[in-house]
Design a protein around this ligand. Structure first.
Ligand code: UDX
Ligand code: UDX
Length: 405
């Protein structure tokens, strides 16, 4: 098929790469000229494992453009533009603008909305443009986006036009994932309900961590391990830490709460998950500070700046929020991140060794695998904010290991 992808961010670029690998002809469009130039030169604008190789392999049937000139010939047009926070919920201006540009190229186009949009958006696009609109939400974790596309947990497709819904479902049939083919509204809601549920799960275990940190002998990692063996609960997304960040969970939880409020519904559980997430860092820093005698005049190495492992994405990063909080003290902060080097207002180390060699305190703030294997034994205090280190000490609070003992 001839497929256009509008918006080449994490979602759009991965969608373009994976569909090109299935043999489709891809026309990628983005307003960002710099991004298009980089892609044409074979350079990746984002860090996503495997993406460069996949695009290189299929380069002869992917083109990159800043305008919509080739969109008119496409069988399907994927919309992957941002849906940022707006005044009362998400701001749909990019989605609406992209769809009206698509309509201007081809009044018969089939738009496939991958951007996360609140229920009723597909219907709004349809009534504004007259186009056929298919909702096909993504469930890709950054850092694992190609794997999550190819080995998808499920394919969700919704439309008022069941023929077009079927066409889009068939496009993804190579994944062999279970399909839910439904209407636009259910498809839109499945995405929000899924992300909100995962966010609630993380906040639940972080609230348990708040409790464990006050009980002598209790360790939330062991509590979570014990819970996770029950397959009604499951061990995934049950890792306590400093909270969920990134471009999806924070935005999507706020968006669905705002949407529900506008409909007169109070999503109190999701609201609580947001507030637990908002206060978790203060809670953790308060306890760690008490444990190590405050942060003033300490040399602190923070490992990891991005919102999670395997990505360079700093959007709504909890590690970065933590660094901003620490900067309010008189601490001397050095940050090491395996892929992010350009950080303002802090000393940036080029290696883990450089970051930790001269530090009193080492804080593991992101769950990168390499931090598990690094030699972090020199600092007096080792603080495991993501519960990833296993040094056999179970009863120390908030993962604070006093290595002077
Ligand atoms: C985006 C949305 O934020 C998210 O809600 C949705 O689920 C999927 O798409 P992401 O891929 O992470 O997620 O966004 P981002 O990395 O910001 O990329 C969006 C791209 O769209 C950028 O490259 C931007 O330049 C481009 N864009 C934006 C357009 O091409 N046209 C526009 O009008 C606006
Ligand atoms: C998420 C969804 O998982 C994915 O399906 C898609 O809808 C886009 O949004 P992403 O934001 O890329 O993916 O990363 P994810 O792996 O979900 O992590 C989100 C945040 O939760 C990160 O800050 C991570 O550190 C945190 N997290 C995750 C925890 O604190 N504990 C966990 O157990 C899992």
């Amino acid at each position: 098929m001839k497929i256009s992808v509008i918006g080449l961010g994490y979602v759009g670029l991965v969608t373009a790469a994976v569909l090109s690998d299935q043999g489709h002809n891809i026309n990628g469009v983005d307003v960002d000229e710099n991004k298009i130039r980089m892609l044409e030169e074979g350079r990746m604008p984002i860090y996503e494992p495997g993406l460069d190789n996949l695009i290189e392999k299929n380069r002869d049937h992917i083109s990159f453009n800043t305008d919509y000139s080739n969109v008119g010939e496409s069988d399907l047009v994927f919309v992957c533009v941002p849906t940022p926070d707006g005044e009362n919920g998400i701001d749909l201006k990019y989605v609406m603008a992209a769809c009206s540009s698509i309509r201007d190229c081809n009044q018969q186009a089939t738009v496939v909305i991958k951007s996360t949009v609140t229920p009723g958006t597909a219907a709004k696009v349809r009534s504004a443009t007259g186009l056929t609109v298919v909702s096909n939400p993504e469930f890709l974790r950054e850092g694992y986006a190609i794997e999550d596309s190819v080995n998808a947990s499920r394919i969700v497709v919704g439309s008022h036009d069941q023929g077009k819904a079927r066409l889009v479902a068939d496009l993804w049939s190579f994944t062999k994932a279970p399909e839910v083919v439904t209407n636009n509204e259910n498809a839109e809601l499945i995405k929000y309900a899924s992300n909100a549920f995962l966010a609630v799960k993380i906040s639940f275990i972080n609230e348990m961590a708040n409790l464990c940190e006050t009980i002598p002998g209790a360790d939330v990692n062991i509590v979570a391990e014990g819970m996770g063996f029950d397959d009604r609960i499951g061990n995934r997304f049950l890792k306590a830490g400093i909270g969920f960040g990134g471009s999806c969970f924070p935005k999507d939880t706020r968006a669905i709460v705002a949407d529900a409020t506008s409909r007169g519904v109070d999503l109190s559980i999701i609201k609580k998950a947001i507030s637990v997430n908002d206060t978790r860092i203060t809670h953790v820093l308060d306890r760690v500070g008490k444990r190590i005698g405050g942060f003033n005049n300490k040399k602190i190495a923070v490992l990891g700046a991005s919102f999670k492992e395997n990505t360079d994405d700093l959007r709504f990063s909890k590690s970065w929020e933590l660094i901003e909080e620490l900067k309010k003290s008189q601490a001397e902060i050095t940050v090491y991140d395996p892929v992010v080097r350009n950080l303002e207002g802090v000393r940036v180390a080029n290696t883990i060794e450089e970051a930790v060699s001269d530090s009193d305190v080492v804080m593991v703030a992101t769950e990168w695998e390499m931090f598990r294997e690094a030699d972090l034994s020199k600092a007096r205090y080792l603080i495991d904010l993501r519960g990833i280190l296993d040094n056999g000490v179970a009863d120390l609070k908030v993962g604070v290991y006093d290595q002077s003992a």
